[in-house]
Design a binder for this molecule. Structure first.
Ligand SMILES: O=c1[nH]cnc2c1ncn2[C@H]1C[C@H](O)[C@@H](CO)O1
Ligand SMILES: [Zn+2]
Length: 362
């Protein structure tokens, strides 16, 4: 089985739908910003801090994995901090060959030093605009859309949904709920989802990661989610080894082409999958669910979009055709308008992959 070399994956265009802004900081930036505000860190050497995040997040439990965010959220409490983190995020994704990204974060977690919700959103949007412009000037075109997240254990989702809609014309392309899943079903936030539907807005819901089918069912059938954040436990509704049989929910998800935002490394860390090689992405792709590949938290997983693709290529023997399929699936499922999606597919993704397939068949 031949895997695509990592360096070549970096050069190929990739689309990313599920990446947390507060899960993707550069370790050196955390050290500098933490120093400026007197926030104590477990490690002060950037390389050691990067390793600390990955080790601490390797807990096998979503709840413990989420505890590591205390150190990133702490340094994202000022306009300068938020702007810097967003700018660097756009630059890092562009350098990794990501041409389209939706990056999410929860504004309600960034109010500790007196910022308003709107000020948080504006600082992040400005950071993305500046990072995107710098990347373009260096010859790397990336489009970054923001998803505004509400925390599922809190009770601010209606307010956060309204915040997202208020900024829809300046870069916020969707809404999400995140945080611990068990005990916090998506239906707690039904008012917010119904409001978003009335506003013709888009949303995804973290579901089917640390909790199973009931969470996915509620996200889709009660809340009307456009996509599933993770959704990996949909495999619990698929039986039969040699000839898979889909239950009613799995059939519905596949029939309706509901996008699954799968995050292989993150799923291994939180215990949602035993290993990359045994990750349900193999089965779900074979069954032609609308599978997309994502990073979730680049810092906590020590990963990147290229690394996730490389791991899958090694584990499943995926070549350019599969990588193009994942990338087009993501672009088809993006929350930006149809014409923008189509132009990235037809003018950026397809030409690049046909060149790769011809010049370097893999
Ligand atoms: O994979 C995840 N599942 C649930 N919640 C998550 C995941 N990754 C990050 N979060 C949380 C922690 C962040 O502080 C928050 C907003 O980005 O979302
Ligand atoms: Zn996530």
């Amino acid at each position: 089985m031949v895997a695509i070399p990592y360096d070549e994956i970096v050069k190929a265009p990739k689309a990313l739908l599920h990446d947390h802004l507060d899960g993707g900081l550069r370790p050196a930036t955390i050290v500098e910003l933490a120093d400026g505000i007197g926030h104590p860190l477990p490690e002060t050497d950037p390389a050691a801090l990067g390793e600390w995040f990955v080790t601490a997040a390797n807990s096998g439990s979503l709840e413990r994995y989420l505890e590591t965010f205390a150190h990133t959220v702490a340094v994202m409490q000022t306009e300068e901090g938020l702007h810097r983190v967003a700018r660097e995020c756009a630059l890092d994704l562009a350098a990794d060959g990501v041409v389209y990204a939706e990056v999410r974060y929860a504004p309600e977690q960034h109010l500790e030093r007196g910022l308003s919700l709107d000020a948080v959103v504006e600082a992040v949007l400005a950071g993305f605009r500046d990072g995107t412009a710098e990347a373009a000037a260096a010859g790397r075109t990336i489009r970054v859309g923001t998803l505004v997240t509400a925390m599922r254990h809190a009770a601010r989702s209606q307010e956060i949904a309204e915040l997202a809609v208020r900024h829809r014309d300046s870069g916020v392309v969707g809404f999400d709920i995140a945080g611990a899943e068990a005990g916090f079903p998506p239906t707690r936030h039904l008012d917010a989802f119904e409001y978003l539907q009335r506003e013709n807005f888009h949303f995804t819901i973290h579901a089917g990661e640390a909790f199973g089918l009931p969470s996915i069912w509620q996200a889709i059938q009660w809340c009307g989610a456009d996509r599933l954040g993770h959704g990996v436990r949909i495999v619990d509704d698929i039986t039969g080894e040699s000839a898979p049989v889909l239950g009613r929910l799995a059939s519905y998800v596949r029939d309706k082409r509901i996008p699954l935002e799968l995050c292989p490394s993150s799923n291994v860390q939180t215990g949602a999958a035993p290993s990359i090689a045994e990750h349900p992405i193999g089965l779900l792709r074979d069954l032609r669910f609308r599978v997309t590949v994502n990073t979730d938290n680049r810092l906590m997983s020590g990963t990147s979009m290229s690394r996730e693709m490389a791991l899958l290529s090694e584990a499943f023997g995926y070549g350019w055709a599969e990588m193009q399929w994942f990338t087009i699936n993501a672009m088809k499922s993006a929350f930006v308008p149809f014409d923008e999606r189509l132009s990235i597919i037809n003018e950026v993704i397809k030409p690049a992959y046909s060149k790769l397939i011809t010049e370097r068949p893999l």
